[in-house]
Design a protein around this ligand. Structure first.
Ligand SMILES: [Zn+2]
Length: 193
């Protein structure tokens, strides 16, 4: 796992644990650990040179202005970019992490992915998990009978050998699914300790 590693002994935060705003004006609420933020309010107004984001966090009001730059598009029009308020990089998105602290308060600055050292960790785990899950489901649909908590029945007229083969393949996949779930949970735990 190359992208999900540790750097300077500190694990990366996943992109999915951040709110994000794209320079095109699309705001996405964090998919993970956004529980504390459910009541929060976000508003963004794009001007010619900058965007102003107003929001609430932990009962306080905040505002941040971020400079915009534009590049021409090949087929006319122009594309907007942020200048990251911290490092100045030209970026398409800025992020506000839900679980990053400065002292004992949560951070209240939108910054680029590089400044917050973000990764797409969750996506990789999730992809692996779903690959196994889909494979198992396909086997169940095509080769296995009724499935309950602790019993899988053979299909009518199916050879015992055929049944056993697919039964075992499914078992192996179920084990992988469980392992990838456990690995994910274990890795999540390392973010906040
Ligand atoms: Zn930056």
């Amino acid at each position: 796992m190359s992208r999900g590693g540790r750097r300077h002994g500190r694990p990366h935060l996943p992109v999915e644990s951040c709110h994000s705003l794209s320079a095109g004006g699309y705001f996405q609420f964090a998919q993970m650990w956004a529980g504390l933020d459910e009541q929060d309010y976000f508003e963004w107004v794009f001007g010619e040179q900058s965007v102003v984001i107003r929001f609430t966090r932990d009962g306080r009001k905040h505002a941040q202005e971020i400079a915009l730059t534009f590049t021409p598009c090949r087929f006319g029009g122009r594309r907007a970019w942020f200048a990251c308020p911290s490092c100045g990089r030209r970026v398409g998105k800025v992020y506000l992490p839900c679980q990053m602290y400065y002292g004992d308060r949560r951070v209240v600055w939108f910054r680029c992915r590089f400044c917050y050292d973000l990764t797409y960790l969750q996506r990789q785990d999730r992809d692996k998990y779903w690959t196994f899950k889909h494979r198992a489901e396909r086997i169940e649909e095509r080769w296995l009978g009724e499935i309950s908590e602790d019993w899988i029945s053979k299909r009518k007229g199916q050879h015992r050998r055929t049944f056993n083969k697919w039964f075992e393949k499914r078992e192996a996949l179920m084990e992988k699914i469980e392992k990838s779930e456990q690995a994910f949970i274990a890795r999540l735990a390392t973010f906040f300790t």
